[in-house]
Write a protein that binds this ligand. Structure first.
Ligand SMILES: [Zn+2]
Length: 195
């Protein structure tokens, strides 16, 4: 078993000495798979390859500058570290611990489920919840996120005064890291939605 591929699209690269290519790929067997057809892109030009990368954003393929891709990766890493710092702050740890205790003190698993659903912190069925639930401490360890912190403070009756500036600082970095590298010009190619 392998992959059949062919060049579905090709156009001259920016410098004109090579090409930007989008490949059509599919499994070379008839059995159903989650992604029977997909696309990849390549740059057939040693010069343009040092400057650009082709990214698929939904159906369109866009050209982005490698320096922008690298800057974006650095921002993502900064945001990751900022999140770790945030979640390790004593004020934040206090909220998280308080929430774990709060969840454990609820009278029943159904009530815990109801609270998590109401906060939009959980989306599956009560049955699934019952099978997976193993206490507040375990839940906050695996599921707690920065954007839950204010709600968690309100829920447990803690003041948000101490964590608000910490959150704002994290949000600013997170926002900048969420912006994708800018596309250069219009998309070079858009794949047809029916494969
Ligand atoms: Zn080129």
């Amino acid at each position: 078993m392998g992959t059949d591929r062919y060049d579905e699209f090709s156009c001259p690269c920016t410098c004109g000495k090579g090409a930007f290519v989008v490949e059509h790929c599919e499994k070379d067997h008839p059995w159903r798979t989650a992604t029977p057809v997909w696309h990849t892109a390549r740059i057939d030009c040693p010069d343009c390859r040092t400057v650009y990368e082709i990214e698929q954003r939904g159906a369109p393929f866009v050209l982005v500058r490698l320096v922008d891709v690298q800057a974006h990766a650095m921002l993502r890493e900064e945001a990751r570290q900022a999140r770790e710092r945030l979640m390790a702050q004593p004020e934040v740890v206090a909220v998280v611990n308080e929430l774990a205790e709060y969840l454990d003190k609820l009278p029943s698993m159904a009530e815990t489920y109801r609270v998590l659903i109401a906060q939009r912190w959980y989306y599956s069925s009560l049955g699934t919840f019952r099978k997976g639930w193993s206490g507040g401490a375990s839940w906050v360890r695996s599921s707690m996120r920065p954007d839950y912190l204010l709600q968690a403070s309100h829920l447990t009756g803690l003041s948000t005064e101490a964590i608000e500036p910490l959150l704002a600082e994290y949000e600013a970095i997170h926002q900048r890291a969420s912006v994708e590298p800018p596309a250069v010009g219009s998309p070079i190619y858009t794949v047809s939605q029916d494969g």
